[in-house]
Design a protein around this ligand. Sequence first.
Ligand SMILES: [Zn+2]
Length: 544
Amino acid sequence: MRVDAVFTGGNVLTLDPARPRATALAVLGGRIVAVGDDSDLEGLTADRYVALGGATVVPGFHDAHNHCVFFGMSLAELPLSTPPVQSLADIYEAVARAARTTAPGGWIVGAGYDQNRLAERRHPTAAELDRVAPGHRVWLRHTSGHMAVVNGAVLDAIGIDAVAVPPGGVVERDAGGRPTGLLQESAQSLVRNLVYPYPLTDIVGAIDRATTRYLSEGITSAQEAGIGAGLVAWSPQELAAYAQARATGKLHVRTTLMVAADALHELGGSPDDSGSFGLDLGIATGLGDEWLRIGPVKIFSDGSLLGRTAAMHQPFADEPGNAGYLQHSPEQLRELIVRAHRGGWQIATHAIGDLAVDTVLDCYEEALRQLPRADHRHRIEHCAVADDAAVERIARLGVIPVPQGRFISELGDGMATALGPQRAPWCYRQKSFLDRGIPLPGSSDRPVVQGAPLLGIADAVLQRTATGADFNPQEALTPLQALHAWTMGSAYATFEEHRRGSLVAGKLADFAVLSDDLTTVDPEQIASIQVRATVIGGEVVYEA
Ligand SMILES: [Zn+2]
């Protein structure tokens, strides 16, 4: 038999229970056609022979929840993440520097600051930004994506004292009633409206920058957590940007697109249909091919723990008067979820607080009661705070939680403060999910935190915060469980386990070549394993 390529001499972790380890792979037409020991594949004639030299091969990493365009845009903006940024002074210095090279009246956009990790433990303010960048428009996005700070010029352009604040949003004001510059949740649309929609060429550029980075981290598939409408959108034509990126060779990883719920509408189908809530022409979950597909509809139910906007049953430990809030009433959320379910969509609802998680489970239960669907795979994105009863319901309803291991190290100290000791054990239950037989994908929510999969895997294994504190060690995964999440688990979360996620004959030849075996090295070393090469469809698309 003639094949395109044979890879030999590797330490291949197949994630196939029938044959967990192999040394060689053969590829034909972009798919794996044989997996075995070198001697098993000796009879094959190949156009290319690649010696792996003992390197470890794993299925390509698959990020089940990331914001690719957001990340790609942020790569062209002022980086304000901690580290290296340590203080407000660092932020103001970066803005002042940008002001010197930005035309008067122009935008200075920064991304990634986190007030919890700044020396001053507070947000920048409009007044202070006006002092360092007079005559410019300044827009600094929080690392969570759930809030932003703007300066006075932007507040003026918005007409902040006359404008209606969108439902679910907050324009923070000081004791004297003046806006501080902090815009929370949907109030961010006030500044976005000044620049939105972005040109498709800008979005294509962002996709190119982001997915080029992904290849260097061993990522071969990613799920974009919301396009087309609402706060996560860059243009109502974002699908066109992805299609253009693909057509011009700038979409470097296989991508599944979640569609923001605000983009869905009644289509006017027959009363005999179960529902007709969707995108024009009835485009819904599953349309597309192995490079670019429509995934779930993305719904937001609440905010974030660090922003204290997650919807909790009881107030935050450090803010006794504040239990966060739901972005829709439970009735509105139920109607939205039931309509999307009846329209045939897989649903991915963002829920962080325990009240939000319980409310979303109520909605899924009601949708499934009205219209049972055996293999719905409805998801809860983040699913950050879930008590034991919620874990049981997730198992019973067949819901897929989509947690982020990296949150534990980068945000864990702040999450523990927000929750307090009694509720902290309910935070990020990945081991409990697996123990209950619940499918577990791997994801980053990049650019909220760093997105390299090996970092997320290390954090899910080590369960340790940035300050070195243990964070729910009882929820630690084994390296193999974490690897399974980032490959098979993510594939399952988007109905793709039949063609990706493990290295078996018939599946896509997507894999990463690593310097070490993450399942046998000291767990402390996992984060420093190098990605030596990334292969998609049998082609080497990245080499260190
Ligand atoms: Zn997200």
